[in-house]
Every structure is written in C-alpha cells, then in structure tokens.
Design a protein around this ligand. Sequence first.
Ligand SMILES: Cc1cc2nc3c(=O)[nH]c(=O)nc-3n(C[C@H](O)[C@H](O)[C@H](O)COP(=O)(O)O)c2cc1C
Length: 206
Amino acid sequence: MYQKSILNRQENLKKTKFTLNVQSCFKIFLILNCSMTVGIYFATTTGKTEDIAERLHGLLDSAEGPKDISDVDDLSELAGHDGVICGIPTWNTGADSERSGTAWDSILEDIGELDLSGKKVAIFGLGDSSTYTENYCDAMEELHRYFQQAGASMVGYTTKTDYTFDESKSVVGEEFCGLPLDEDSESDMTDERLSGWAEKLKGEMF
Ligand SMILES: Cc1cc2nc3c(=O)[nH]c(=O)nc-3n(C[C@H](O)[C@H](O)[C@H](O)COP(=O)(O)O)c2cc1C
C-alpha cells in the first residue's frame, strides 16, 4: 500500500515535470517570437517616399521606424533586425546604376557586403507611371539586387497586372520585385495597394 502510494507520487511528479517542460518551451517560443523586429527605412527627395513609409508604419504598427537611411551611421543596424522594409524613389531616369538619386545610391555596395542571410527584406518604390512609363520605379530592382547579394530572402513581390506602364527594370520574371506606388498619377490607388501589401507582408515577414 505504502509502496503503491510512493509510485503514484513519482508518476505524478514526472507528469508535472513534463507539463512544466512543455510550458517552458512554449514560453521561450513566445519570447523569441515576440522579439522579432522589422525596421522600416526610406530615402526621399520631395517627401513622398517618407509619407508612404509613415502610412505603412500605421498599417504595421509592430514595425520600427520609419527612419531615413541617411540617418543610419552604421549599416550593421540593418542586420540587427529580423526583417527590413525599404522605400526608394526613382529620379535618375534611364540610368543603369544609382537610379534613385537619393542616399541609397551611395550605400548600395556596402549593403551588398552585409551578411543578411536568414533576414527578410521587402522593397516599395515611388515613381510616376505616366510621365516615366519606360522607367517606372526602376530603382527598386537595383536595391533588390544588392540585398539579394547580401543573402537576404526577398519578399513582398507584386503582380504587374494592376499597373499601366510600358517598361520597368523592377519587373523580375513576371512580377515587380516589390511594391510600386505612384503618388503623381495614381494616388487614388495607393491606399488599396498599400493595405494589400501590408497584409501580404504580415504573412511573409512577421
Ligand atoms: C526629374 C524627375 C525624374 C524622374 N524620374 C523617374 C523615373 O525615371 N521613373 C519613375 O518611375 N519616376 C520618376 N520620377 C517621379 C518620382 O520618382 C516621383 O515623383 C516620386 O514620388 C518622388 O519620390 P520622393 O518624393 O520620395 O523623392 C521622376 C521625377 C522627376 C521630377
């Protein structure tokens, strides 16, 4: 009788330990998951890309920023995040390199030398699909290429079917390698495009 009660207590103790272990693992998983950080960065000339970065932040409130990339002293800050969202306009029409005409241009090669393996990166671009229809949001692809070179996993691609333009270097395969936005000629479409993209990123990045 006494032996049976000891065995029962030992059995209960084992069960308690197992439950505690499962609970601890779950807590560690939650802590690790909650500490995931995503940073929003942008560069701008006339403020439109900054405005979009702020609107995006409103839709992804767990993301950090937005921060002007020219205020980043040490690019390893990017590698400190689990995910990075970058906003880039196109100003240097038709250029092969340094297409944005912003602070991004001078750090492209440095970005390519970072180790961003295991990190997710998404890009949105500002352009004008009507006036610059042969070079629509060309700068996105350049930034995309350097982040890819750094080993980042690129997300946030967008179908080109809802856009009117002639050519864009940012069409990679059948899709845009990010989210193009046009505050000059199609600003009435921005809300829907941006909120759709934010939902997509919640699945792909967060
Ligand atoms: C001189 C000039 C050149 C431009 N070149 C392009 C271009 O090649 N492709 C494009 O899609 N948009 C082009 N744009 C449109 C800008 O990218 C667009 O206005 C963008 O929203 C500016 O963003 P920002 O205010 O953040 O600098 C150009 C605009 C100007 C005034």
